[in-house]
Unconditional design. Sequence first.
Length: 290
Amino acid sequence: MKFAILNGKIIERSEAKVDIEDRGYQFGDGVYEVIRVYNGKMFTVTEHLNRFVKSLDSIGITLPYTMDHLTKLLEDLIAKNNLQLGTIYMQITRGVTPRNHAFPSENVSPSLVAYTKEAARPLENLKIGVKTIVTEDIRWLRCDIKSLNLLGNLLAKQKAAEVGCFEAIQHRGQDVTEGSSSNIFIVKNGMIITHQSDNLILKGITKDVILQVCERNSIPVEERTFTLDEFMDADEVFLSSTTAEVMPIIEVDGKKVGDGLPGPVTKRLQEWFEQEIEKQCGALQDKILN
Ligand code: PSZ
């Protein structure tokens, strides 16, 4: 994509460069968001921007723009790049300053970067489901912050990739927390169970859409910790994220989940999730359950 945002201006992607002493580069001292674009329109943009500000607040960075201004900037970027179906990546770091662990005392301007990518919906995986592994959650205790520090997540994802799996599902002792880049849900006897949104997981925007849809359709949900045993014994399992949407999980550590096919509750949620997309962004060309 030809254009990117650097510190409030839309410039050529190839011109968008940051200093070697940017604190994001040296320390991962910043936060980010990924927003889905369908039909040239951002899905759940307000929710993503609110979470962005929450992440920024929790590390003591002030957003150097109003929400309206930032939204307009992102809309302009989508238009300039003529993006129809894809994602926007956006990050803010504490800025450029001589290397020192402690925050800079003088007024350093935060660095904002955003750019777009074309990305189809993962329709094949959404139809047939994905394979996963489980791995110990070795991350820090503020997983609610969408921090640039992703080493724990990367090590988990790499472990999955090395055995041809889509996702690594993390657990702290017996308790399942979340995927390396997704939230995890189990279905048991018609009840949906997912980890509560506390400091141990990221409060997914997709998760929140799913919970709202469940509420509206009287699907019972429990937000609580669940164990690896409950997870392995579930009728259905699925994960959620901005790009993976409602993704059926059909295998864990080489063992089939249920009968090894996406389950009925998961499929109904996929249909309702597509309806939410269409409400905000207009009709989808290709759908999961055609
Ligand atoms: O393109 C990708 O692979 C993406 S876009 C967003 C994600 C992956 N993952 C977000 C995420 C996460 O990184 C962790 C650790 N937990 C949960 C999620 C899901 O958050 P939402 O639904 O807001 O994307």
